[in-house]
Design a binder for this molecule. Sequence first.
Ligand SMILES: Cc1cc2nc3c(=O)[nH]c(=O)nc-3n(C[C@H](O)[C@H](O)[C@H](O)COP(=O)(O)OP(=O)(O)OC[C@H]3O[C@@H](n4cnc5c(N)ncnc54)[C@H](O)[C@@H]3O)c2cc1C
Length: 388
Amino acid sequence: MTFALSSEHETFRRSVREFAEAEVAPHVAKWDKDHFFPVDLIKKMGDLGLFGLTAPEEYGGADGDFTSLCVAIEELGRVDQSVGVTLEAAVGLGINPILTFGTPEQKDKWLPDLVAGRALAGFGLTEPGAGSDAGATKTKAVLDGDEWIINGSKQFITNSGSEITSLVTVTARTGTRDDGRPELSTLILPAGTPGFIVEPAYDKLGWHISDTHPLSFVDARIPADHLLGERGRGYAQFLATLDDGRVAIAALAVGCIQACLDLCVQYAGERTTFGVPIGSKQGVAFQIADLAVMAQAGRALTYQAASMRDAGASHAEFKQAAAMAKLYTSESAVTATRIATQVFGGYGFMEEYPVARFYRDAKILEIGEGTSEVQRMLIARSLGLPVE
Ligand SMILES: Cc1cc2nc3c(=O)[nH]c(=O)nc-3n(C[C@H](O)[C@H](O)[C@H](O)COP(=O)(O)OP(=O)(O)OC[C@H]3O[C@@H](n4cnc5c(N)ncnc54)[C@H](O)[C@@H]3O)c2cc1C
């Protein structure tokens, strides 16, 4: 399968790059320092159509392909990772579950605002005792007449507590299957529901501009029709959501590697030691050459997976490609930020240079939407190995 980006994709890439350079780059250092969530920027991203790239026109979207979304995430992520992940989570974790599994009524109610960037949705899967082992969900939802009553908690949920968050989709135990395993379902929990408590935002190592909260549910009641899709399909729903999300995170990681490359090429040409630019030293230049290889190889894996998604590849094929793209790009991004910080010397450790921010932001790429170990587990299983 080939993955060459079309001239339309490349034109679109340039427009997102211009937007990111004009609207994000000048402000990002201050927003990061202040842990400020830029709602006005979200609205501008909405006006540019970024949240609706893959949504049907009837909800205000562009009916475009998944590859375009990856291009947008890569380009935003090249300027700032938190802004990139805000788009990634808004579409991949917020809009997509409703678009893919929602009823026509749910789509009509929630999608227009989400697609326009007037609202954000979170995806509440992870719990204190259920991260990599997401099936170990303890949050419970009990049907009481025509309402679900939800009790439990979630943690590390992106876009879940911003001033424009309209809902969080939550996975919960809704019963027990015939084989004794828990029945998991997904429910739509509107923001402001009594008993839906958004705890204060985390103090994170990186992604300072991204909105992340723990959530608790204490007898939170929602109408029965807020069940997302079919009862008992929660497990399959979140697995499918995460497969797409992994490719989108890979695009974000490619943006991080490209940023390191661009910053290093410029700096190594300007900074002189011993009377010559540091870029004339093989010890520096060869490391920057490695960054260029990582960016290209990461882009190839990412857009190959995205094009498989767009071409309707088999689930097994796509799942393996998504895990490979996520694993390679996230680990390369961590390496790339370490190299970039080294190339910048002492300045690389100073917050006034963006490489310091990329260094802090990169680590989460190896953890979110499935850790590197989970990706290796999925790839090993796809090879037929009986790995647990
Ligand atoms: C900033 C941020 C944003 C996030 N956003 C969201 C969100 O929007 N929605 C959401 O639902 N979640 C979100 N998450 C949660 C994220 O997906 C989880 O943190 C991640 O899946 C890991 O789960 P855990 O933290 O419970 O780690 P654990 O599962 O406890 O893992 C701990 C360590 O053990 C390893 N490990 C676990 N099991 C195995 C195994 N079988 N084999 C080998 N190694 C193993 C892991 O790889 C890891 O190194 C976010 C997390 C962060 C930090």
